[in-house]
Design a protein around this ligand. Structure first.
Ligand code: NAD
Length: 359
């Protein structure tokens, strides 16, 4: 792997390999872009099959955060960290504190948070070594579990899609198929049910299914059958890559809008959706509620829930903006979402350059 070639091609700022002999920490921190501000992105703990896989994951996820944060209108850049290890066996105070010291060493260029395989307790250990961590468990004024805000933002984004397709935000009597009933999926089902939507739901966890069936009068379908549900909206809230060559021919919906990350297996699947006339709400636009919420912690005076809610609500306008760009440029929505992020970064780079020149 030609690392510098890859960094140059995709405009990465920094890739840091961290090794702490005492705790056994092996971590990679990737700062993709700090044009808009310090770069924020969670720390993932995963048993990677190879170092190359871990590096690629950090690189890919960091760039994704730049786009997500920029498009959400946040004044932060994009980064991500990965810790190589088994999150069930290899966690320790020493490991996370060692990681925290590496974060501290970046002097505020990187702010971490939780991600797959890490939790608020791990963030508390990191906090013992650095202030550059958000989403803490024990500190007063922290933003807490981001999932309800992710669900809230996703709900707003679904309404924007409904408005674009049917001319009304209302989801009453709309048939919505939800895949994945975990932290985000459950909270989203509640919002949809409260509004009068009819829900078809699935999960590989039987308990999660039973809970949603009981609480929101939803109809359960088998995990494989969710793609065949005749519905108005398909809402993926479980895994990535579920929009692919196998599933697209089975989909019977007008809108795809859900919280799962990396829903399109490949970009070309976004092109196919456009040709089929299915409106796709790009994942990093519609699922930004969590990061918007966590970022509020970083603002002066600390976390303010009302302010965070107001900011999460802008996802509605953002989805509309993406749809407008797609129409303006005659491109699929996933490309329009990239344009929204890239335009903001380009303008801010220009502003910075002009400012530096003037100085
Ligand atoms: P979660 O782990 O709480 O829930 C995921 C659910 O999906 C689980 O109940 C799991 O059993 C189910 N699932 C897994 N495989 C499945 C399959 N094949 N078919 C049906 N169900 C399946 O995770 P979450 O926090 O609710 O996040 C859901 C998605 O949203 C993920 O893709 C996540 O990356 C994304 N996301 C979450 C947040 C957040 O704030 N939690 C923010 C942005 C994006």
């Amino acid at each position: 792997m030609e690392i510098f070639e890859y960094l140059v091609k995709n405009e990465y700022e920094q890739l840091l390999m961290c090794h702490d002999p005492a705790s056994g920490l092996k971590a990679i921190i990737c700062v993709h872009d700090t044009t808009l501000g310090p770069a924020l992105g969670g720390t993932r703990m995963w048993n990677y099959a190879s170092e190359e896989e871990a590096i690629m994951d950090a690189l890919r996820l960091a760039r994704g955060m730049t786009y997500k944060n920029a498009a959400a209108g946040l004044n932060i850049g994009g980064a991500k960290a990965v810790i190589i290890g088994d999150s069930k066996k290899d966690k320790s105070e020493a490991l996370f504190r060692a990681f925290g010291r590496y974060v501290e060493g970046l002097g505020g260029r990187y702010i971490t948070a939780e991600d797959v395989g890490t939790c608020v307790e791990d963030m508390d250990y990191i906090r013992m070594e650095t202030h550059n961590v958000a989403g803490l468990g024990s500190v007063a004024g922290s933003s807490g579990d981001p999932s309800p805000m992710t669900a809230y933002g996703t709900w707003k984004g679904i309404k924007a899609c409904a408005n674009a397709v049917w001319g009304s935000d209302s989801l009453a009597r709309k048939v919505i198929a939800v895949q994945g009933l975990g932290h985000v999926g459950y909270a989203l089902c509640k919002l949809l049910h409260d509004e009068g939507a009819t829900l078809y739901v699935t999960d590989i966890n039987e308990d999660n299914v039973m809970r949603v069936v009981k609480d929101f009068s939803a109809t359960a379908v088998k995990p494989e059958e969710i793609y065949d549900v005749n519905c108005d909206i398909f809402s993926p809230c479980a895994l990535g890559a579920i929009i692919n060559d196998t599933t697209i021919p089975r989909l019977n919906c007008c809108i795809i809008a859900g919280a799962a990350n990396n829903q399109l297996k490949e970009e070309r699947h976004g092109d196919i959706l456009e040709r089929k006339g299915i409106l796709y709400a790009p994942d990093f636009i519609i699922n930004a509620g969590g990061v918007i919420n966590v970022c509020d912690e970083l603002l002066e005076g600390g976390y303010n829930r009302e302010r965070a809610i107001r900011k999460v609500e802008t996802i509605y306008e953002n989805v509309k903006k993406v749809i407008a760009i797609a129409q303006r440029d005659n491109v699929p929505t996933y490309k329009a979402a990239n344009t929204l992020a890239e335009e903001r970064i380009r303008v801010m780079r220009q502003v910075k350059k002009t400012y530096l020149k003037a100085k």
